[in-house]
Write a protein that binds this ligand. Structure first.
Ligand code: TRP
Ligand code: SF4
Length: 327
């Protein structure tokens, strides 16, 4: 029986953090058993909003791939590849551009939010508007059945489904309508209690060395009402407590009880959590370091992944051209 296909990807903006791990990567690792997986470095996508960062893309891609391998994406089971190395993405993007209206893209809620948040009004590129169209091409090139994404990506996936439907309607059934597989641990707090995000400066990297984890946790957000050591705390509003649920699940109940009764102080509580997080990520760090010291091996993995991706994507494009009667 052939497995169903999934595709997902990330823009290479640097090293991945705990939020990326719990929100996506960990899910991908699990899915490798069940699906034929394609994981893509979405390097072209960086240009849609950060043209000035183009010279960082190669380094960031390398760091991200090391994080992926360290975390447990397995190149023997999954195809790890780089978007720009598979030219069919650009070709299918061109086709997909004909299958969606301008109005539909302008109404995309993610786009509207970005225009507001990034203060981009008046400086929006055509490529930025087309971000989800390129994303649709990424998915459709592999005729993927499912896409593991965070909840924020669901509007993009809906657009992809519309493009697939439109193609199938005009040119005959070729594309499955991909489903979203949404991750449970969607919202993971950063050191300031807000959602962990690189741009907010509240992130802890999955490859962070122990000293850095300890230092970052020292200043982490706890219950703001708990001013003195003798005050009882409320773990439900504390970022550190949320991390316990991930890294030290066996200690969650005792932590809550000792926090509420003021038996435990925040300083000790964070130290314990730092130990837990360090132990949790140690095997990842080790595996990552192993790959880092063998750059040729990593290059081979990525080259082989790109070749496998290209084989599938070029088959799709041949069928697209054939169905459309082009070329
Ligand atoms: N938009 C995704 C993000 O910002 C990255 C991405 C590009 C992607 N192409 C994709 C995700 C295809 C899933 C499928 O994280
Ligand atoms: Fe948070 Fe622990 Fe302090 Fe309670 S004791 S507020 S759970 S850090």
């Amino acid at each position: 029986m052939t497995k169903k296909i999934i595709l997902s990807g990330n823009r290479p903006t640097g090293r991945l953090h705990w939020g990326n791990y719990t929100g996506a990567l960990e899910n991908w690792i699990r899915l490798q058993d069940e699906y034929d997986c394609y994981f893509m470095v979405a390097d072209w996508h960086v240009l849609t909003t950060a043209l000035d960062k183009s010279h960082e893309i190669r380094d960031n891609s390398r760091e991200m791939i090391l994080d992926w391998l360290g975390a447990g994406l397995d190149p023997d089971r999954s195809v790890l590849f780089v978007q720009s190395a598979v030219k069919e993405h650009a070709e299918l993007y061109l086709v997909a551009c004909m299958l969606i209206s301008m109005g539909r893209l302008e109404r995309n809620p993610t786009f509207k939010e970005q225009v507001r948040d990034l203060d981009l009004a008046g400086e929006i590129s055509f490529g930025h508007l087309g971000y989800p169209v390129l994303q649709a091409a990424d998915i459709l090139a592999y005729r993927a059945h499912a896409v593991p994404v965070g909840e924020d990506q669901l509007p993009h996936l809906e657009l992809c489904r519309e493009i697939a439907r439109r193609f199938n309607h005009h040119f005959g059934e070729l594309f499955p309508e991909p489903e979203g597989l949404v991750t449970k641990f969607g919202r993971f707090p950063g050191t300031d209690g807000r959602r962990m995000s690189k741009s907010l400066g509240n992130a802890v990297e999955i490859a962070a060395p122990p000293e850095e984890i300890r230092a970052k946790l020292k200043t982490a957000f706890t219950d703001p009402q708990r001013l003195r050591r003798s005050d009882p705390g409320n773990p439900d509003v504390c970022a550190v407590y949320t991390w316990y649920q991930k890294f030290l699940p066996d200690e969650v109940e005792r932590t809550a009880a000792e926090c509420r009764s003021a038996e435990r102080g925040c300083v000790d509580c964070k130290k314990r959590l730092a130990d837990g997080a360090i132990a949790y990520f140690e095997p990842l760090r080790e595996r990552r370091a192993g790959y880092e010291s063998h750059p040729n091996r990593v290059a081979e993995i990525v080259d082989a992944g790109c070749a496998r991706a290209r084989a599938v994507a070029s088959e799709t494009l041949a069928r697209v051209r054939d169905a459309m009667g082009v070329g």
